[in-house]
Design a binder for this molecule. Structure first.
Ligand code: DGL
Length: 267
């Protein structure tokens, strides 16, 4: 499983709950955070290298726990995985399915990074759900970096959230896709701004269910006979990943190993 930072830990947590017997390796590409404003071609190359690294390590399933990586690089990750006969579980489509199923008014909002919005991935996925939906997409370039930074939430982030929510309120969405794995961390703030009746759709639960279905259908699921292990790799500062990651996962991270992703950096 990989993400640009610690946001994907919200997805990992759901997987640890749904698939407790499995072993997980989580890679946080913190050296290259944020993915949301990186050049898409360079990002695709980076994602190729990360997929090769994780699958080379023997992964039996690849979970892309990052909406931006899914939007920009799902295809490339699938190419790498297909060469090894491994399946990929991405984040965008499972959320689109849920949003289309639960919206009453058909007015669906998407809050995401710039790259995710510009890729059109959510719009396409929502269009394929067999319902006529009115989609309002809002880029939130500063929100994930604020969360990743680990600073305490203050009035500034509240104002930022209000500004991003304004077009969603105007569009009267009744369902909002949290199109970035960092955003569940600010869900209480968004829910208060948008009101109780707006349903927030985050990716973790749906991704965990998709991972479970895939492993079972391939006959790759472990027998439920105890707890599996989990470990962490990151490309940036190990201590800040561990500190922030522990707060996100609300479980001990243990050892975090610093690794290099060769051949696809931005320097
Ligand atoms: N986890 C990333 C996402 O889901 C965070 C944003 C970023 O790296 O810019 O899009």
């Amino acid at each position: 499983m990989f993400d640009s930072g610690v946001g994907g830990l919200t997805v990992l947590h759901e997987c640890l709950v749904s698939l407790p017997e499995e072993d997980f390796v989580y890679l946080g590409d913190t050296a290259m955070f944020p993915y949301g404003t990186r050049d898409p071609d360079l990002l695709r190359e980076r994602i190729r290298r990360i997929a090769e690294l994780l699958l080379g390590d023997g992964a039996k399933l690849l979970v892309i726990a990052c909406n931006t990586a899914t939007s920009i690089g799902e295809g490339v990750a699938r190419e790498v995985a297909a060469e090894r006969g491994v399946d990929v579980v991405p984040v965008v489509e499972p959320q689109a399915e849920i949003a289309a199923a639960i919206t009453d008014s058909g007015r669906v909002g998407v809050l995401a990074t710039r790259n995710t919005v510009e890729s059109g991935a959510y719009r396409r996925s929502l269009e394929q759900q067999g319902r006529s939906l009115e989609v309002t997409e809002v880029e939130a370039p500063d929100l994930a970096p604020f969360i990743q930074d680990g600073s305490p939430f203050d009035e500034g982030v509240l104002e930022m959230a209000r500004a991003y929510c304004a077009p969603l309120k105007r569009a009267e969405v009744d369902t909002l896709i949290l199109g970035c794995t960092h955003y569940p961390l600010v869900a209480p703030m968004l829910q208060r701004i948008l009101g109780r009746d707006v349903r927030l759709v985050s990716g973790g639960h749906a991704v965990a269910a998709a991972a479970q279905r895939t492993l079972e259908s391939r006959g790759l699921a472990r027998l439920p006979d105890g707890e599996g292990a989990y470990r962490f790799l990151c490309t940036g500062d190990v201590d800040s990943f561990r500190d922030l990651g522990t707060r996100f996962l609300q479980m001990p991270l243990g050892e975090v190993e610093r690794i290099e992703v060769h051949g696809a950096d931005y320097s």
